[in-house]
Design a protein around this ligand. Sequence first.
Ligand code: HEC
Length: 155
Amino acid sequence: MNRNIKPLVAMALLLSAACSGAAKKTPAPTPAAHLTSNAATAALANGRSIFLTGRDVNGVQITAQHPPLSQSCAACHRPNGAGGKHFADGAVSADLHYSALVRGQKRPYTLALLERAISTGIDNMGKPLDPVMPRWKMSQRDLHDVAAYVLTQLK
Ligand code: HEC
């Protein structure tokens, strides 16, 4: 073999070895990642059920500190979350779209701030919401799931 070609052949061999090594390292979807995305899908399905019907996927009805005027979020905030319903005390149901809760806010709602608003009636600025907005009592899981649904699905 020509003396000048030898190093080239060696380089080519090295490169192909490196490439196949890199290909092997490409992470295949692990069982854990698979579970995570299934869990996220299940969480959003549960959140959607609570928002639209007031019942979680197991049929458990959400309750509130005081008997709520309506049983589901959608009944007051409308199924698409646009809100705008007027109540006797002058309250107007809030727009729950991302544009209103996050983009339009000086202190944007996060998942934690939404969970707080839904369960304690304290808004993102630390102020109490009108009492027409129920102070919901639900499991940690249901609270998380409905907040995640509001934050990510109401565009
Ligand atoms: C009986 C009617 C009613 C129901 C049912 C209801 N809400 Fe509300 N909600 C309101 C009203 C009215 C406001 C506005 C309160 C105010 O202006 O102080 C509000 C405000 C909010 C806010 C605060 C928004 C902001 O701009 O600060 C969030 C978040 C919210 N509701 C989420 C929910 C979720 C989630 C559910 C279901 C679990 C729900 N609401 C069910 C009437 C309702």
